[in-house]
Design a protein around this ligand. Structure first.
Ligand code: ADP
Ligand code: MG
Length: 256
């Protein structure tokens, strides 16, 4: 399996001399094509910083991030914009849909900005909507949809371009438990049926239990990782996640 994301000795400092915070402290890991990786850790452990540095929103103080073999620090200006739109897909906690467009238009927009013809864009939108179970809301506006439906539309928009890497930041953060389940099942389907590679930050053990591997971050370092074994049922993986989060210790019982 080829490596899609390679984070090498990542360091990120905030502040100035005498008052430095190491948000990432020599963090290394890689993600291979087709993996669904969850990132967990207490509040302040560096999850958002990591995601921002992988998504090109922010840059490292030291170390490297390679996506598809490309070193992100070598990308500038328009090349960086193109890389972001062609290689990455984003799913945010607050959906980020355009209110004046229907679901269909929101999803197709990701394709039309890349110059895709209307006919083939339409076909791709229908196909992805079928996988995510949102065919019946395609002609609705965001205001007419539930939170769960909006987030599945946002997922469709993130993956319709077939990005190399899908980045999700607390995707179930604004959803109730039923919608969270539907969303995680959708992400799983994208992972297994479209071979989408997903990196998801979450503080929610239930959401994390859908991933195939979980990285636990502590003080900007990799604390440990667990892998869902072949044939391991999600409930058992869930229990192992709970075990590690409690192992992370007293000061981390506010895992968020
Ligand atoms: N823009 C910033 N300026 C200063 N410190 C920051 C900034 N962003 C994050 N930090 C600090 O870096 C550490 C990691 O933060 P963050 O990546 O947001 O953690 P998490 O997402 O796991 O809660 C924390 O100590 C936080 O206070
Ligand atoms: Mg955060």
């Amino acid at each position: 399996m080829s490596v899609i994301l390679d984070v090498q000795n990542a360091e990120k400092y905030y502040g100035n001399k005498g008052n430095l915070t190491a948000a990432l402290n020599d963090l290394s890991f890689s993600v291979s094509e087709g993996e669904f990786v969850g990132i967990m850790g207490a509040s302040g452990s560096g999850k958002t910083t990591l995601l921002n540095c992988v998504s090109t929103i922010d840059s490292l103080s030291a170390g490297r991030v390679l996506i598809g073999g490309k070193n992100l620090s070598e990308l500038k200006g328009r090349e960086l914009d193109r890389f972001r739109s062609e290689v990455l897909g984003f799913i945010f906690q607050d959906f980020n849909l355009l209110d004046t467009m229907t679901a269909r238009e929101n999803i197709a927009l990701a394709l039309s900005v890349r110059g895709e013809k209307a006919g083939s864009a339409e076909k791709k939108v229908e196909e992805i909507a079928g996988i995510l179970g949102i065919t019946d809301v395609l002609d609705k506006f965001p205001v007419e949809m539930s939170g769960g439906q909006k987030q599945r539309v946002a997922c469709a928009r993130a993956v319709v371009t077939d990005p190399k890497l899908v980045l999700a930041d607390e995707p179930t953060g604004a959803l109730d438990s039923k919608s969270s389940k539907a969303l995680m099942e959708s992400l799983c389907k994208l992972n297994t049926e479209r071979n989408s590679t997903i990196l998801m930050v979450t503080h929610d053990t239930f959401s994390a239990s859908y991933a195939s591997r979980i990285l636990f971050i502590r003080d900007g370092k990799l604390f440990t990782e667990i892998v869902r074994e072949e044939g391991e049922i999600r409930k058992d993986f869930f229990k192992r996640i709970v075990d590690v989060t409690s192992l992370l210790g007293g000061e981390l019982d506010e895992i968020i």
